[in-house]
Design a protein around this ligand. Structure first.
Ligand SMILES: Nc1ncnc2c1ncn2[C@@H]1O[C@H](COP(=O)(O)OP(=O)(O)OP(=O)(O)O)[C@@H](O)[C@H]1O
Ligand SMILES: O=C(O)C1=C[C@@H](O)[C@@H](O)[C@H](O)C1
Ligand SMILES: [Mg+2]
Length: 185
């Protein structure tokens, strides 16, 4: 994986630790991360998009041609080559399943878990066909994976419940919590 170096947009002494957004597929990490980046004036890197660029393949093709194990290896690698200051990193839904990744994110940044209940996740993902792990029995797969992963998501520094909230409301709540916890100046 190629290392990414960002132009430092914050003044010296103003560095903030990376903000990692975690959560289940459809929780809104990618969507909310982009808006949060606008509000906080921080660059945003999405690990799924980064892997797609580096490999020149879609996530679906990586799963189909190289298998999930290889995709998980790319996820481990990508975290290590991304900056750990002055950046928002929106992760793939399965980033937290590897202990090594959870440790890395906790050590190097603030981990913000975007929670969403299963009903709403299902509504958001019902007509989506881009996620290889939800290709059949979508409802059952969401419920099973969600229960399996919940303990890992809960290891986050901060949990934000997005259920029933608009994208803008969630963004505003993240900013408030980061400021309250002195994780954002
Ligand atoms: N209130 C809401 N908050 C977040 N997303 C919402 C909301 N309402 C609808 N959506 C839609 O749900 C989808 C969330 O998808 P998004 O790709 O951001 O999720 P993700 O967490 O990045 O998933 P993945 O783990 O697969 O990368 C988007 O299409 C978004 O427009
Ligand atoms: O939850 C998951 O395991 C995944 C989520 C997506 O972001 C992609 O990383 C991929 O579809 C796998
Ligand atoms: Mg995403």
């Amino acid at each position: 994986m190629e290392r990414t170096v960002l132009k430092n947009e914050r003044s010296e002494g103003e560095e903030v630790k990376a903000i990692y957004l975690t959560g289940f597929m459809g929780a809104g990490k990618t969507t909310i991360g982009k808006k949060l980046g606008n509000v906080l004036q921080l660059p945003v890197i999405d690990t799924d998009e980064y892997i797609e660029k580096q490999t020149g393949k879609s996530i679906a093709d990586i799963f189909a041609e190289e298998g999930e194990e290889t995709f998980r290896k790319y996820e481990r690698e990508v975290l290590k080559v991304l900056p750990t200051e002055n950046v928002i990193i929106t992760t793939g839904g399965g980033m937290v399943i590897q202990a090594e990744n959870r440790e890395w994110m906790k050590t190097n940044g603030t981990v913000v878990y975007l929670h969403c209940d299963v009903e709403e996740l299902f509504r958001r993902l019902e007509h989506d066909s881009s996620r290889p792990l939800l290709s059949e029995n979508k409802r059952m797969q969401i419920e099973r994976l969600f229960q399996e992963r919940l303990p890992f998501y809960k290891e986050a520094t901060v949990t934000i419940d997005t259920t029933g909230k608009s994208i803008d409301e969630t963004v505003a709540e993240i900013v408030t919590v980061l400021k309250d916890q002195k994780r954002w100046p």
